[in-house]
Design a protein around this ligand. Structure first.
Ligand code: FES
Length: 149
């Protein structure tokens, strides 16, 4: 069976196709620009972790946890206290690692160094590691951003 007429002409079809292609092209250009100008905040105000997951840590050791989309580092000090950081280098956002033998945090990207309390001591990092507020409440570790009450 042959159709006698179409809903749109060949020119309308090609114009729609071309317009859609232009819209997709502009969208693929402007989407990353808008995301760069207005970055999404993926950092939580606070997280609650079971303290039992960290009780068995030896002193002078670090265990990772998820801080939103970034790694968090929980360090157990010699005196049994804990300290938490965002595990991202303050130079260009690479992940940092703890070297227990040296008692320092290290960023392999550009040879950046932080001491065991997160102060920048060598290489290009301009600021200390970002420290998080840590509260031990009964069976939980509550880890918060510094600006959250
Ligand atoms: S990103 Fe860590 S030293 Fe450059």
């Amino acid at each position: 069976m042959k159709l006698k007429h179409s809903l749109f002409t060949r020119r309308q079809f090609l114009n729609g196709l071309f317009g859609g292609w232009i819209a997709a092209l502009l969208g693929s250009f402007f989407y990353p620009v808008v995301k760069f100008i207005f970055p999404p905040t993926r950092e939580p105000d606070q997280i609650i972790l079971p303290f039992s997951d960290f009780k068995d840590m030896g002193s002078n050791s670090v265990r990772k946890f998820s801080w939103g989309t970034k790694p968090g580092l929980l360090k157990k000090n010699e005196d049994g206290s804990y300290i938490a950081f965002v595990g991202i280098c303050t130079h260009l956002d690479c992940n940092v690692a703890y070297l227990p033998d040296e008692r320092k945090f290290f960023c392999a990207c550009h040879d950046g160094w932080y001491d065991e309390v997160g102060r920048n001591i060598g290489g290009p990092p301009p600021k200390p590691l970002r420290q998080l507020v840590l509260v031990i409440e009964e069976e939980n570790l509550v880890i918060k951003r510094e600006d959250v009450e």
